[in-house]
Design a binder for this molecule. Structure first.
Ligand SMILES: Nc1nc2c(ncn2[C@@H]2O[C@H](COP(=O)(O)OP(=O)(O)OP(=O)(O)O)[C@@H](O)[C@H]2O)c(=O)[nH]1
Length: 363
């Protein structure tokens, strides 16, 4: 039996087993098996020849990927947002290579990638799926583009990315698995877990982990436990844009809005509501501004550094010069992240929006 049939069989068994306390262990094991089989499919697809796909170099302050089925209007939107020359065609699969464009917005330089339409089966290597997945894994934000008449695509695309190990709008669960040479499996947790210790042990055993310390500091389900074991998941924010609203009547539009109230509704080729898309992207990327202040001088308030929320002083050093981290002596910080104005800080100090920063670098 092939992998796909195995997967189907397990999926069906999960479906027909009703969930309750008595069956939760069994279902957990099945889910673990399913995840393992899916990973095998992805691995197999990845090992099947073919180049590594795209080598679009990341540039700018963040990279965004437009993800959607063929012909939903990705190239048109990219052109409208960035002025890139992404070929627009009335055929499916007109975008055969990644087309990068650059959006300059609120001082941020955002690279936007238009990849070939992601269709069902991408995670298992169908079409150009594998290469598309590689691009998505490396980006900072996924922008789903839906056709207003086919919004079910959203579910298909999300599932496809999920199967490829991409977790959207999900925080990475705080689970640490420290393998040991002996001693069996010990589990400690800072909260009451919904999954039993027996199930955790069984799943770990399924993954051939027999000795380990497991520390869990989040409410996780079996799927998240497996994610932690696999360790190769990526966690990326995602937003949704619904296109071609110019063709939709009120009824269609209303129905779509009820299903996707947080999406932005646009007409890419008529250029309608594009500023809202720019805001959506900018906000989702969660940028902060850092003003550099040379020692003993006033800060440059005109051109802040645009970085992602969560960066520390060390990240800023790397951003500015490849030698800065090595030659770093100390930093001084003014603003919300500082305990007092001009606080001395090390490489680990996490910065906040509108902080002023002085870096003292050895000559
Ligand atoms: N009515 C309408 N048509 C649109 C809109 N945006 C794009 N289109 C049309 O939809 C078709 C496909 O647009 P593309 O931008 O090539 O779509 P794509 O998603 O890049 O397609 P692939 O490259 O095949 O993945 C073209 O004929 C566009 O003119 C829109 O807002 N309204």
């Amino acid at each position: 039996m092939g992998l796909h049939e195995d997967i189907q069989e397990v999926e069906e068994e999960i479906k027909k087993t009703s969930y309750n306390k008595a069956t939760s262990h069994h279902i957990g094991r099945l889910k673990a098996k399913l995840a393992r089989l899916r990973d095998e499919v992805v691995k197999k697809a990845a090992s099947k020849g073919g180049g590594e796909g795209y080598s679009v170099r990341k540039s700018g302050d963040a990279t965004v990927t437009l993800v959607g089925f063929p012909s939903v209007g990705k190239s048109t939107l990219l052109n409208q947002l960035t002025g890139a020359n992404s070929e627009v065609g009335a055929y499916e699969f007109t975008t055969l290579d990644v087309i990068p464009g650059v959006l300059e917005y609120n001082n941020a330089t955002i690279q936007i990638l238009d990849v070939p339409g992601l269709v069902k089966g991408a995670a298992s290597g169908r079409g150009r799926g594998r290469e598309v997945i590689a691009v998505v894994r490396n980006c900072d934000l996924v922008v789903f583009i839906l056709d207003v008449f086919q919004n079910y695509h959203h579910e298909v695309l999300t599932q496809e990315l999920y199967d490829a190990g991409i977790r959207l709008n999900q925080k990475e669960p705080d689970v640490v698995i420290k393998r040991q040479d002996r001693g069996g499996i010990t589990i400690s947790s800072t909260l009451d877990l919904e999954i039993s210790d027996d199930l955790i042990k069984a799943v770990l055993n399924d993954y051939k982990i027999h000795n380990a310390h497991v520390l869990i500091r989040d409410h996780i389900d079996v799927d998240q436990l497996i994610d932690a074991i696999m360790g190769n998941r990526v966690y990326i924010p995602a937003v949704t844009v619904v296109n071609k609203v110019d063709m939709a009547d009120e009824y269609v539009l209303k129905k779509c809005k009820a299903e996707y109230p947080e999406a932005i509704y646009i007409s890419a080729n008529k250029g309608e509501n594009l500023d809202a898309v720019k805001d959506l992207i900018y906000d989702a990327l969660d940028f902060i501004r850092i003003y550099l202040k040379p020692q003993g001088e006033s800060a440059d308030m005109e051109e802040p550094l645009i970085v992602r929320n969560g960066v520390n002083v060390g990240d800023i050093c790397d951003h500015l010069h490849r030698d800065f981290r090595r030659k770093f002596r100390y930093a001084q910080v003014w603003g919300t992240s500082a305990k007092h104005p001009g606080q001395r800080a090390g490489l680990d100090h996490v910065l906040a929006d509108k902080d002023l920063l002085t870096l003292i670098i050895a000559k």
